[in-house]
Design a binder for this molecule. Structure first.
Ligand SMILES: Nc1ncnc2c1ncn2[C@@H]1O[C@H](COP(=O)(O)OP(=O)(O)OP(=O)(O)O)[C@@H](O)[C@H]1O
Length: 291
């Protein structure tokens, strides 16, 4: 088995003639927390469905050394997945669900699920239909995190939750599931909020991969330069990825350090993931206010 938990090479997912995921290649090694970012319709769900064997694909795809389509049953024993349309049976009580999961999944630990639930406001006797959206998501995570898996795939897991519920969701994920060996892939639109949790980021734009990088490498590769508006023309001549306003100042974002005479015109800063996301995925007509 290769060292990477997930390995995609020229991965393409089509719906008819449309490529929702278009020739994407990336790797997810062990122990990573990977953000999958992209605008609506960028291909995030389609990519995740391919990873869990729910979509056919062209190209190469190996998850835990398995082909998700051919070896789906074996793969699902070692992988936890919360889809964007996740639902739990409304008629059931929490303890009934735990019993159900114990019977269904060879790597599910009922004790672990009960321990994880103690972190939440969900009680074992609660009926699913009486739980709030935030509580259902916490319960879902507790159930999935009680599976002894190597990879977790979360498709917009905190959609519709308030900030406190989102925070406790991610706290439980990082504290209780991530152990330096397992990896998790999370798609989200809450780029700003998730940045500090991530070790890596994968960005899609209209089905194409625009970036796959560790946050560490992102810090050394991309350079922000804040500057006086009077220098805007000279800065533009060095072809920044994006020109925008930052903390009331004109700013430019470069892929790689700009030439020294350009750097000397301003002050370097570390661009945020949001800045980078905008720079790499904007449509030209949607570009932010030019500096
Ligand atoms: N079952 C389907 N049949 C046809 N086209 C589809 C299907 N599912 C998705 N698509 C198309 O594929 C593209 C990618 O959709 P996908 O749901 O993967 O994007 P996404 O990044 O998850 O978007 P969002 O952030 O809105 O959930 C879109 O253009 C979408 O219309």
């Amino acid at each position: 088995m290769s060292a990477a938990l997930i390995e995609a090479g020229n991965l393409t997912v089509r719906y008819g003639s449309k490529a929702a995921v278009d020739g994407v290649s990336f790797q997810v090694p062990k122990g990573r927390v990977v953000g999958l970012l992209g605008h609506n319709g960028a291909g995030k769900t389609s990519l995740m469905k391919a990873l869990v064997g729910l979509s056919s694909f062209d190209g190469n795809l190996s998850v835990l050394g398995l082909n998700p389509l051919r070896d789906r049953e074996k793969l699902l024993e070692q992988l936890s997945y919360i889809p964007d349309v996740a639902i739990l049976p409304r008629w059931a009580r929490v303890d009934q669900l735990i019993t159900l999961m114990s019977g269904m999944h060879p790597r599910f630990s009922a004790d672990r699920a009960r321990t994880l639930l103690k972190r939440t406001s969900v009680g074992p006797r609660d009926k699913i239909k009486t739980l709030s959206k935030g509580m259902v998501v916490q319960l879902h995570l507790a159930l999935m995190a009680a599976i002894d898996a190597k990879v977790m795939i979360l498709d917009e897991p905190t959609l519709g939750l308030d900030i406190l519920s989102r925070k406790s969701f991610y706290e439980m994920l990082i504290d209780e599931w991530c152990d330096g060996e397992r990896s998790v892939l999370i798609s989200t639109h809450q780029v700003e909020e998730i940045e500090t949790l991530l070790s890596d980021v994968i960005m899609l734009n209209e089905g194409k991969l625009v970036l796959s990088i560790s946050l560490e490498d992102m810090d050394t590769r991309f350079v922000g330069l804040s500057h006086d508006p009077a220098q805007a023309e000279q800065i533009a001549s060095a072809h920044p990825l994006l020109r925008y306003r930052q903390a009331g100042q004109s700013a430019a974002l470069f892929d790689g350090a700009p030439p020294e005479h350009i750097t000397a015109l301003g002050q370097r800063f570390r661009p945020s993931l949001v800045d980078l996301f905008v720079a790499l995925t904007r449509a030209p007509e949607r570009s932010r206010q030019q500096a």
